[in-house]
Design a protein around this ligand. Structure first.
Ligand SMILES: NC(=O)c1ccc[n+]([C@@H]2O[C@H](COP(=O)([O-])OP(=O)(O)OC[C@H]3O[C@@H](n4cnc5c(N)ncnc54)[C@H](O)[C@@H]3O)[C@@H](O)[C@H]2O)c1
Length: 335
């Protein structure tokens, strides 16, 4: 039986941004929402309560090889929009084990092929500001050259180019989004803000590399979701959209802001050595999507307070992985 057209396919939907997006979208539309994730980093508990809703269908599958699952999904549910979040998205992991980044290209290629075979109205490739490489001054717009530094960002840049080739060659309606660093609920404890918050809650030191001078532009995850929702509706095929809030902060400033929000913590900031591919600054010009009416709702201070509150109230969620992750990091690179 062939079913409901107009469903939305969300890859990597059990991960940090994907699960937040699923939660966001469920409150916006009535359509069937199809989630594919191999649960390598994503966790089922990120979306467990949402799975009680009959509109949400979860498929545990590896996008680099479980082709039959994808064929079934397209045959059964005819998704019209794909949001492709799934990726090996951890920079440090890609530096330790660069081969993992090649799966980003492979899974994107598989998914593009399915989209081409079955037809979709929109294929949204969720990419990153890191494809531009370091932007020591000024702001990179969508025409800025690609100059990725890490295996992760190089793999994302290759995915972007592959997606654009499908637009040019096959007229597949691809849209690329390039977003700055996200933070918010369900942020994996390996990521900078989550690691600092959980370390501070446990009175552990907050490690900072390269003097903490690196600048990142921080976006609260719900603001990212809102931008993606706008592009689902009004994004133009073949176009690239930068997404950023303009919350430029050095890594040291971020750690200090976290400690201010956890005043009872005995943690201290500890300066460490240097890290490979540690780009000095990322900064995006997002005037293109802002001209469509999007702007971030959360200031950095507000978003960070909400994130700290979430981690305070969800200890069970992060404590499960925290010990394991800290041990892994210590074993691998002694920190
Ligand atoms: N986190 C950020 O700050 C940020 C910023 C800009 C762009 N992005 C992009 O957003 C996307 C999501 O990032 P995130 O931070 O939520 O990462 P995440 O690791 O939390 O989520 C990625 C998800 O993809 C899944 N996945 C990985 N390989 C898979 C495979 N072979 N088959 C099926 N599922 C697979 C993982 O299990 C995970 O749930 C990524 O594409 C990333 O490049 C992230």
């Amino acid at each position: 039986m062939k079913a409901e057209a107009g469903s939305v396919l969300i890859t990597g939907g059990a991960g940090f941004i994907g699960s937040n997006f699923l939660r966001y979208l469920m409150n916006k539309i009535e359509n069937i929402l199809l989630v594919v994730d191999n649960l390598s980093i994503g966790r089922l508990e990120n979306i467990a309560p949402l799975l009680n809703d009959p509109r949400v269908k979860f498929f545990c599958a590896d996008l680099t090889r479980d082709e039959k699952v994808l064929d079934f999904i397209f045959w059964r549910y005819s998704p019209t929009i794909i949001l492709h979040f799934a990726a090996e998205a951890h920079v440090d992991e890609s530096i330790r084990n660069p081969l993992v980044a090649s799966s980003n290209y492979l899974m994107t290629n598989f998914l593009l092929e399915k989209a081409r075979k079955y037809g979709v109205e929109k294929f949204i490739q969720v990419s990153t500001d890191e494809v531009y490489g370091p932007v020591p001054e000024g702001f990179a717009d969508e025409d800025h050259s690609l100059n990725p530094s890490s295996p992760y960002s190089a793999s994302k840049a290759s995915c972007d180019l592959l997606c654009l080739s499908y637009f040019k060659t096959y007229s597949l309606p691809v849209i690329i989004t390039r977003c700055t660093n996200n933070y918010g609920p369900y942020l994996d404890v390996r990521r900078l803000i989550a690691r600092h918050i959980t370390n501070a809650l446990l009175d552990l030191p907050l490690p900072i590399w390269d003097g903490g001078e690196q600048v990142r532009d921080w976006l609260y995850v719900e603001d990212h979701c809102e931008a993606l929702y706008l592009l689902m509706q009004r994004g133009k095929p073949g176009e690239i959209y930068n997404i950023s809030a303009g919350n430029l902060r050095t890594n040291l400033e971020v750690a200090e802001a976290i400690l201010r929000l956890i005043p009872e913590s005995k943690s201290q900031i500890v300066l460490k050595g240097s890290r490979p591919a540690h780009d000095v600054r990322y900064a995006l010009d997002s005037s293109k999507i802002r001209s469509m009416g999007w702007k971030p709702k959360y200031s950095f201070e507000e978003g960070l307070r909400l994130t700290v509150d979430w981690f305070r109230n969800n200890e069970e969620w992060w404590k499960k992985t925290k010990e394991k992750v800290e041990k892994e990091l210590y074993d691998k690179i002694g920190r």
